[in-house]
Design a protein around this ligand. Structure first.
Ligand SMILES: [Zn+2]
Length: 460
């Protein structure tokens, strides 16, 4: 393969340095299923001519690849490849190389027919934030890192739901990870199977990280969101209290957190409710002790509340099963899993919303689904109708700083989504606009300030 490339170089440019300057050439091709880019440039002096025989190959690590194999396949000599990897190991352990990692290998084409190419170095794109660069240094190699700091900014989007929140969010350009967070923070109050109707709306303001080229490489927290359900708006805000505990609160500073989630899974369809039913396998009427959610095998299952795992393993007809003890009153159980999440075992402390396992069809089950049980004081209760204690209400200084934060967040959201003169004002154009955080708290006409809010709350 390397020889074929070297041949291509020879055909594309003169063999010797010439007086004239030749343009840089870039060739891209698909070789052995890998994307390969390589360039050739020639200049007017001998040193440049030497350099000009360098070419780059950008490769993606496949499953089962070792760095040694990739470098040698790319055309490096085995000894050079070994030394280069040795140099890299101080900054990046080869065992952390994963399929999907990209590597840019620089080689110098052999001078004559059949002459081997020489490894000049390579760049491993470790993450969006860091490259590991290995360069030739005489006979050996040295390694260094290049950091690419990410910029945090805030984006906002909104839309009207026609079919599902996911589709509406996608149309508005909201990243899937943000939508998943949005669903999770609302999951205590909104039943995404029953409560959403066509024409309902949503909005979200969230953090995102941009690389040097301005591309979004990662998303952060949802800062503010709203769901308009049957005309009623439900807003929520992310807020850290004086103790540094982060939670989502409604407009009045009441925590959205509930003891248990009704639906500890995303995008699932309720397939069988709680109560007496004819058992599909046993063939006689039996109390269905939980709620079934049909979902594809492998769909993550969340801990419905924070607690301690008291069972994790095979449990008869339940198949692969996890049970969590939340407090002295409540436990939840999850059955028919295809597998239990890494690190989840008896005694593990889990957080609400943490993935504890994956949908499967183990045990007495007719197809992939989650069987979810809520146990109160030892008895099974219906998760759809259970009464859940509501969250904590912020008070005093915490409430005051929450209200100030809320005002800032509202102003920022308005700035990000309100059309300004000269720009298109369509719903789509509004999505994903970004702007820096507002300085201080600017009042918005028509909205009460924080002090007025607190006074109003106090007088109720
Ligand atoms: Zn069931």
């Amino acid at each position: 393969m390397a020889l074929a490339l070297a041949g291509l170089v020879a055909r594309s440019a003169p063999q010797a340095a010439s007086e004239m300057t030749l343009p840089t050439m870039t060739l891209e091709d698909q070789i052995d299923g890998r994307h390969v880019a390589f360039y050739y440039s020639a200049d007017s002096n001998a040193e440049a001519a030497q350099l000009s025989r360098s070419y780059e190959r950008r490769l993606t690590i496949g499953s089962g690849d070792t760095l040694m194999k990739v470098l040698v396949d790319a055309g490096a000599g085995a000894r050079d490849a070994y030394n280069a990897i040795e140099a890299m190991s101080a900054l990046f352990k080869p065992r952390y190389l994963k399929p999907g990692h990209e590597i840019v290998v620089t080689l110098r084409a052999g001078a004559g027919d059949g002459a081997a190419d020489t490894l000049v170095g390579f760049k491993l794109i470790e993450s969006v934030e860091r490259d590991v660069v290995v360069s030739r240094d005489g006979e050996g190699f040295t390694a260094s890192t290049v950091d690419h700091p990410l910029t945090l900014d805030v984006a906002a989007a909104n839309g009207v739901i026609e079919n599902s929140l996911f589709l509406a969010g996608e149309t508005a350009g909201v990243p899937a990870a943000v939508l998943a967070d949005l669903i999770q923070v609302y999951s205590f109050d909104v039943d995404f199977q029953r409560d959403i109707r066509s024409g309902d709306g949503f909005s979200v303001m969230y953090e995102r990280y941009l690389d040097e080229s301005g591309a979004v490489v990662r998303t952060g927290n949802v800062l503010r969101a709203s769901m308009t359900l049957s005309g009623k708006e439900h807003e929520l805000y992310r807020f850290a209290n004086a103790d540094g505990q982060v939670d989502y609160y409604d407009v009045e500073g009441k925590s959205m957190r509930r003891t248990l989630m009704r639906t500890p899974i995303n995008g699932a369809r309720l397939s069988s409710g709680f109560g007496n039913r004819l058992h599909p396998i046993l063939g006689f009427t039996k109390l269905h002790t939980g709620t079934d959610f049909a979902a594809p095998r492998g769909t993550p299952i969340y801990a419905a509340g924070s607690g301690t795992v008291e069972y994790a393993g095979t449990n008869g007809g339940y198949g692969t099963y996890v049970r969590i003890r939340h407090n002295g009153t409540y436990k939840t159980a999850y059955a028919h899993m295809s597998g239990i999440a890494k690190g989840v075992r008896v005694g593990t402390r889990v957080q609400q919303g943490q993935t504890i396992g994956y949908v499967g069809t183990t045990g007495r089950s007719t197809g992939p689904h989650l069987h979810y049980e809520v146990i109160r004081n030892g008895g099974f209760i219906n998760s759809r109708t259970m009464h859940l204690p509501s969250g904590e209400q912020l008070k005093g200084a915490n409430l005051e700083s929450f209200m100030a934060m809320r005002e800032t967040a509202d102003a920022q959201y308005a700035m990000l989504t309100e059309p300004d003169s000269g720009s298109p004002s369509s719903e789509l154009a509004l999505a994903n606009r970004s702007a820096p955080l507002p300085q201080g708290r600017s009042g918005i006409p028509g909205r009460p300030g924080a002090a007025a809010w607190i006074a109003a709350l106090g007088s109720q």
